[in-house]
Write a protein that binds this ligand. Structure first.
Ligand code: BES
Ligand code: MN
Ligand code: ZN
Length: 498
């Protein structure tokens, strides 16, 4: 939780009084090669570094970390060689390759307290993000803290650019990585401590620190306002729901962007209860909310020339004597009625209220993100978000998502699925009667609550928001903080291009 301090090196990193020096390796053509920036380290090994690393089994592949003692050839005790994977024919690598290698190296620094790196000479921003995200730990609930020891990383500067530009890059990358770890902290906080009221309080405290305007609707205000979706899902819990609104008004704002994120602090499924196996992962069902809260705060820190409003519905989906049932009809915010056929399709209900409220502000764009469907994981797996919405904006967001390395793929909202949501009683049902195309059906449901002419994107991050497996690259166990970097990049793109 205490992040290492990153600083631009003022002397050659080979002279830095550090414990470890992190360099990059690549798979180039048929063999191992050093990534740019490692020349001086190589010189300390009389130009035989590639050979020595090769003898130790290094291949340069992604997620590989090979350590080599320096035996006094450098002030550092060890060289940590982090694989970037395949280099392009011209020897170049992508930012995401650098980010992942920096993350893998940060996870492998062991007892090293001080490190220096040449990965930043390849891509400064990516190296900073990779080190900060890879060294992330969450030990708030460990009685003997097992924090990583890495306290300081000295960054070799890239060849191009001025010192002032490098400092600005370091500052922005640090802010972006901090936003991701803020989201991770929210997700990793267990559901007995992070419930709607406490989540709202923490979000408000963070937002106030960043100078944002805040508004919180409690259950009374939600009843008065007619937020039937949020209330329907939330009333079954002893912990009552909230709707949080955080507003950043940037200088000379060019555009207004609405953010909405799913904040189910725990999803049991409600009366349509989930099987017990693996249910604990539903502590992460507020990952969308965590991402948009962190993103609106980040927008303020980076002073984007935009107005950004996050509208965040928070509820706990529990079965109880007060819970909503299959068969209930809810009157949503704005007046549409929904027949509930499955109380486990709760995310779309709280999101519909929030999206209608968000659209009332007349934004230029609406970006919504949620751990919405198991079908997303079936279709795209654990690392690729499904991105739906209005065609043009959806494609723009999907392209940007891939550019950040977070990944994402455009998915359709087929017209014919709308009829599957027709209800005997109400305007629509919350689920279709069949299991096919579940990710798309959820998107089609949400579309009913978005004004025709508003460009919008829905990012289903059910798989990628939470890493239940082993760490890889800069992705640690638990909450990943996705899609904070995508949202930040979309906001930057809107700020630049409208
Ligand atoms: N929160 C879940 C979706 C989910 C599943 C997130 C796996 C992360 C990992 C959501 O509320 C849900 O339960 N969706 C149902 C919808 C179904 C009832 C139409 C699902 O996907 O099974
Ligand atoms: Mn559910
Ligand atoms: Zn859910």
């Amino acid at each position: 939780m205490t992040a290492p301090k990153l600083a631009l090196a003022t002397a050659p990193v080979t002279e830095a009084p550090v414990d470890a020096i992190v360099i990059g390796t690549v798979q180039h053509g048929s063999g191992l090669a050093l990534a740019p920036g490692a020349e001086q380290v190589d010189a300390a090994f009389d130009g035989a570094l590639t050979e020595v690393l090769g003898a130790l089994g290094a291949t340069g592949k992604a997620d590989e970390v090979v350590k080599l003692p320096t035996l006094g050839r450098l002030p550092a005790t060890v060289v940590v060689a982090a694989g970037l994977g395949k280099a392009a024919a011209d020897g170049s690598v992508t930012a995401e390759q650098v980010r992942r290698a920096a993350g893998a190296a940060a996870r492998a620094t062991g007892s090293s307290k001080r490190a220096a790196t040449t990965l930043s000479a390849v891509d400064l921003q990516a190296a900073v993000e990779g080190f900060l995200l890879g060294s992330y730990t969450f030990s708030a609930y460990k009685s003997d803290a097992t924090e990583r020891e890495l306290a300081r990383v000295e960054l070799a500067a890239p060849a191009g650019g001025t010192a002032k530009e490098h400092r600005a890059t370091l500052k922005a990358a640090t802010a972006i990585a901090e936003a991701v770890t803020t989201a991770r902290d929210f997700i990793n906080t267990p559901p007995n401590d992070l419930y709607p009221a406490s989540f709202a309080e923490r979000a408000v405290a963070l937002a106030k620190d960043a100078g944002l305007e805040v508004e919180v609707l409690d259950e009374k205000a939600l009843r008065k306002g007619g937020f039937g979706g949020i209330l329907g899902v939330g009333v079954g819990s002893a912990r009552q729901p909230r709707l949080v609104r955080l507003t950043y008004r940037g200088p000379r704002a060019r555009k207004k962007v609405a953010l909405v994120g799913k904040g189910i602090t725990f999803d049991t499924g409600g009366i349509s209860i989930k099987p017990a196996g693996g249910m604990e992962a539903m502590t992460s069902d507020m990952s969308g909310a965590a991402a948009v809260v962190a993103s609106v705060v980040l927008a303020a820190k980076l002073k984007y020339p935009l107005e950004v409003v996050a509208t965040v519905p928070m509820a706990e989906n529990m079965p109880s004597g007060a819970a909503y049932r299959p068969g209930d009809v809810l009157t949503m915010y704005g007046g549409k009625t929904v027949e509930v056929l499955n109380t486990d399709a709760e995310g779309r209900l709280i999101l519909a209220d929030a999206m209608v409220r968000a659209a009332e502000d007349d934004p230029d764009y609406l970006i919504e993100t949620s751990t919405l469907t198991g079908a997303q994981v079936v279709a795209l797996g654990n690392r690729t978000a499904g991105i739906m919405g209005s065609d043009e904006f959806r494609d723009r967001v999907a392209g940007i998502a891939r550019g950040t390395g977070e990944g994402g793929w455009a998915m359709p909202l087929p017209e014919e699925l709308r009829a599957d949501l027709d209800s005997r009683l109400a305007d629509l049902t919350n689920v279709t009667g069949q299991r096919w195309g579940g990710m798309l059906a959820a998107g089609v449901f949400l579309r009913e609550f978005v004004p025709e002419d508003l460009p919008w994107a829905h990012l289903d991050v059910a798989g990628p928001a939470y890493n239940g497996g082993a760490p890889w690259g800069y992705t640690t166990k638990g909450g990943t903080g996705l899609p904070v970097r995508t949202i930040a990049a979309v906001l930057a793109d809107i700020a630049a291009n409208g």
